[in-house]
Design a protein around this ligand. Sequence first.
Ligand SMILES: NC(=O)c1ccc[n+]([C@@H]2O[C@H](COP(=O)([O-])OP(=O)(O)OC[C@H]3O[C@@H](n4cnc5c(N)ncnc54)[C@H](OP(=O)(O)O)[C@@H]3O)[C@@H](O)[C@H]2O)c1
Length: 238
Amino acid sequence: MSDVLIVGGSGAIGSALIQHYGALGDRVTALSRKAAPPWVQGRGWLHWQSVDEQDSASLNTALEHSLSRAPGIIYLCQGWLHDEKTLPEKAISQLSDEHLLQSLAVNLLSPARYLQALMPYMFRQPGVKVLVLSAKVGSITDNQLGGWYSYRASKAAVNMLVKTASIELKRRNKTATLVTVHPGTTASELSAPFQARVPAAQLQSPDSTASRLAQVAARLQPEQTGLLLNWDGQPLPF
Ligand SMILES: NC(=O)c1ccc[n+]([C@@H]2O[C@H](COP(=O)([O-])OP(=O)(O)OC[C@H]3O[C@@H](n4cnc5c(N)ncnc54)[C@H](OP(=O)(O)O)[C@@H]3O)[C@@H](O)[C@H]2O)c1
């Protein structure tokens, strides 16, 4: 039995990761902005804690408890692409301050807050593995189609944030691994408006994505720290 920490437990991929590790017999701590959903009840292996991440006292208290269990694997699952009134931009004329700031708040600032708070633990914990969920569309090299300005820019920014943090981490803990990972297109609220365009074989269920991510995590080596990885563990270009 080992301990796994999952930030963003209410999302499709976050929830599926919780269930995946629970089924393996691991102990899971889930942090979320939201209260525990009903399915959490009766799962003794799962500790769900609601966090106001904008309040550093709330964040630090939640992490103090979670890290006392010495998790060996940590996932940051936060992400935002659209809501009822905002769809990803097709043209720069559609870009707005509000849209760009919301993308940056969830896709960059939220993982940045967690990484900052987690870093002292990552410096000292032997063999710790931290996977920050990003997206292939945040690869500047891979961008052939354009569009989705705010999401692409905020995911490119989180890739750079994680790469930079990985360099600092490597100097202090040579056994730790910190990467960004593209989970692959997965049926969730985030991808819902765009799923019709995805060939059926390419659209993963949250359960299969969780199982693929867990395989990536299991095989991660410290030499890979700083990389942007695809769901199959292969490196993607920045
Ligand atoms: N689904 C896909 O096809 C796909 C493709 C490429 C990359 N990704 C990436 O994979 C990750 C998980 O996506 P998903 O499909 O599971 O999406 P989802 O079901 O929409 O879940 C959204 C996640 O973001 C967090 N979140 C939402 N609004 C937030 C806010 N205002 N502040 C902080 N956290 C917030 C939620 O955490 P709480 O528990 O705190 O609510 C939840 O973990 C994201 O990074 C996404 O960009 C997904």
